[in-house]
Design a protein around this ligand. Structure first.
Ligand code: FO1
Length: 340
């Protein structure tokens, strides 16, 4: 008799993770996830290394993308920020010549940053702030920041005008202003080595029946979550199987800038390369299972040889049913008894 899966933990970045979570919830509601209890609880450990301070406000893009997406407030075309958004404040700030003018700060979105900043100023930790914001949005998951401590990803770029020949930009500038169009010489995650897991993070992993690494960026999203001291240990210690879905399909990312950043950190840009980067649990890594897209079926043998169970299935999140099928395949890979 297999024990039902009653608690699922998902390590999430922004858009890719949020889209996966939509499909996971769809499968939960439809009852199409093998061995998963209908009232299974989902805890999301959200990346906060994309966070930035702009115009005096704390912005948490990956937490907000999960919260808005699952709370049905997201702009579906952009995949970030609010639906029915306007940008008057952004225009007014630009009229004053106030930088950064390149960041899309929406008027509705602004309210979230004002509430968050006021609560942080009042002394509430980010995890309490996130809980408060989610009371409005009701995402249907418990959304935990990976840490309450400040962590910010920066990229080192070549700069001929700089004495050192290099300059550093915040991740948001690299992505939003530069569109990751220039190679990053290095990734520097400021504050990560001193960050502590937020309250409830390690406990959620320890109590989980299943842990999923969705197709988020393996360097600056899942990578930074895994980089929080204590997180990898928690994943290696939990009784729950840990299964990931490749963000690399057909040799490149589906969206975002994983391709560029994997090259920066010297990881092979392939479905198998990312699996080996996360590592097999038996080898000091975190993975028990790994899904690759059917186009990367040739990678299955190499991943299996690395000590990670692997299968090739369709990995394009074209709609919620497709994503739910991916989640079901991930469960079957590491819980073959599920649904028995
Ligand atoms: N992404 C963009 O491509 N352009 C933007 O102007 C932009 C603004 C923005 C504002 C708030 C927010 O929460 C996210 C925003 N994003 C924007 C997305 C953001 O850069 C990414 O979601 C993550 O940082 C990467 O996953």
């Amino acid at each position: 008799m297999s024990s039902a899966i009653g608690s699922i933990v998902v390590l999430s970045g922004g858009m890719g993770g949020a889209r996966f979570l939509q499909g996971l919830q769809h499968g939960l509601r439809a009852g199409t996830l093998p061995g998963v209890a209908p009232d299974a609880a989902v805890t999301v450990i959200g990346n906060t290394a994309d966070d930035c301070w702009m115009h005096g406000l704390k912005i948490c893009p990956d937490l907000d993308t999960v919260m808005y997406t699952l709370g049905d407030g997201i702009d579906p075309e952009r995949g970030w920020g609010r639906r029915e958004e306007s940008f008057h404040v952004k225009e007014e700030l630009a009229a004053y010549g106030v930088e950064p003018t390149w960041f899309g700060l929406g008027d509705r979105d602004l309210a979230t940053h004002l509430v968050r900043t006021q609560m942080l100023d009042a002394g509430y930790p980010l995890s309490e702030v996130t809980r408060a914001l989610c009371r409005r949005w009701q995402p249907g998951v418990e959304l935990l920041p990976m840490s309450d401590d400040r962590v910010e990803t920066h990229l080192v770029l070549a700069d001929d005008d700089a004495p050192s020949g290099k300059r550093v930009v915040h991740f948001q500038e690299y992505w939003v202003r530069l569109r990751a169009s220039v190679p990053a010489l290095d990734v520097v995650v400021v504050g990560l080595e001193n960050a502590r897991p937020a309250p409830g993070v390690v406990e959620a992993i320890a109590a989980a029946d299943l842990v999923i690494l969705p197709p988020s960026n393996p360097v600056v999203s899942v990578g930074t979550v895994l980089g929080v001291p204590g997180l990898r240990d928690a994943l290696r210690a939990t009784a729950a199987p840990v299964v990931g879905l490749s963000p690399i399909v057909g040799g490149t990312h589906v969206r975002g800038m994983a391709h560029q950043l994997l090259e920066t950190v010297g990881v092979e840009v392939s479905a198998g390369g990312v699996a080996r980067h996360y590592g097999a649990r038996a080898d000091g890594g975190v993975l028990d299972g790994w899904l690759v897209d059917e186009r990367d079926a040739a990678e299955v043998a190499g991943v299996t040889a690395a000590g990670i169970a692997a299968a090739a299935v369709p990995l394009m999140m074209t709609d919620h049913d497709a994503t739910a099928a991916m989640a079901a395949a991930a469960i079957r890979l590491v819980r073959p008894d599920a649904g028995a």
